[in-house]
Design a protein around this ligand. Structure first.
Ligand code: ATP
Length: 312
């Protein structure tokens, strides 16, 4: 099922600011990044998805439901981890998460068990009876994640989940999110502006800017340069370039690697393998060149929008 589907979604605040403009997209299950600079419209998008804010025009469906018409049903299937610290310092993680499990409709004992289980999943089991006020930033982030998951949602919305964490804390949080997305089968939409993190854990990406869609695609499609094959040979890169030239392929050397323009069909692979064997070289790698997401968004490249409806 499509996770989120919008058609010409537009949000104009009373003061006249257009936070979302004609946004049309279809997000498929997976770990999806929602990226954009400050003010791009991410929070507005999330508030509309949760049914907290009405759209000005256009349609939105979350797990097939209209959040404006059925906000409770949407929230029973969606978990939300806010960016900012909003936790009661005097309560323990166990108390807070149990309380939220009860609000979601579980009886007392089941809520307590479910809260313990969720806190175990996020790595807070041992510390669950301590007051949240004494927790580190990393632990507080985990409590926020636990409260978002305690009602066993189908979709998790995570707003800047690594905010304020040190490098080790970030790594641990990213591993945890990746595990939730892959092992627990919960789809995740994660707001972030850290492209390196997105590259590590996300399957697809939606980029918005000034309320408009910049690009939506799988991370693999964005980071694979379809036009260049990368051939890695320990020694003899020059020999390989010459052998390819003999076969009518204009390659160029870049250190130990040889960059080969890829043809529309797969025949270039055969030509490269033939040249490697003929030159008697040890082949270490033959792959499409991969780009970093940051290259796509810092080079001021014209954003690529593939048609009006985008499938991620
Ligand atoms: N309640 C509001 N009233 C008027 N304008 C608003 C309101 N909320 C947001 N905006 C404006 O709408 C635009 C989009 O804001 P939004 O908070 O959705 O962006 P964002 O991408 O989440 O930014 P950030 O990363 O800073 O949280 C901004 O120009 C913002 O100033």
């Amino acid at each position: 099922m499509t996770l989120i589907e919008t058609t010409a979604l537009t949000k104009r605040y009373p003061a006249g600011v257009v936070a979302l403009s004609d946004l049309t997209l279809a997000v498929q299950p997976g770990i999806v990044a929602l990226v954009g600079a400050n003010g791009a419209g991410k929070s507005t998008f999330i508030k509309i998805i949760l049914g907290l804010l009405p759209a000005t025009s256009g349609t939105v469906r979350v797990l097939g439901l209209d959040p404006a018409a059925e906000p409770d049903r949407v929230r029973s299937r969606v978990g939300y981890m806010p960016e900012h610290d909003c936790l009661p310092p005097e309560q323990s993680a166990a108390e807070l998460v149990t309380h939220l499990a009860r609000i979601s409709g579980l009886p007392r004992t089941a809520a307590r068990e479910r809260a313990s289980e969720t806190l175990r999943h996020v790595g807070l089991y041992e510390e669950r009876y301590r007051q949240i006020g004494g927790y580190s930033t990393g632990m507080k982030q985990r409590v926020k994640l636990a409260q978002a998951m305690v009602h066993d949602p189908d979709l998790l919305l995570l707003d800047e989940p690594t905010n304020g964490l040190d490098p080790a804390g970030r790594d641990a949080m990213l591993d945890l999110i990746h595990r939730i997305g892959t092992e627990f089968g919960i789809s995740i939409v994660v707001c972030s502006h850290l492209l390196g993190e997105i590259e590590r854990i996300c399957t697809s990406l939606i980029a918005i800017d000034g309320g408009k869609l910049l690009r939506a695609d799988t991370v693999a499609a964005m980071t694979t340069d379809r036009d260049v094959l990368l051939v890695e040979v320990d020694e003899g890169a020059d020999t390989l370039v010459a052998a390819l030239a003999e076969r009518g392929v204009a390659a160029r050397r870049d250190g130990h690697t040889v960059l080969v323009p890829a043809g529309a069909d797969e025949s270039t692979y055969d030509v490269i393998l033939d040249a490697v064997v003929a030159a008697g070289l040890p082949l270490h790698r033959l792959d499409r060149q991969r780009r970093r997401l940051s290259e796509l968004f810092t080079n001021n490249q014209a954003p690529e929008i593939k048609g009006s409806v985008l499938h991620v």
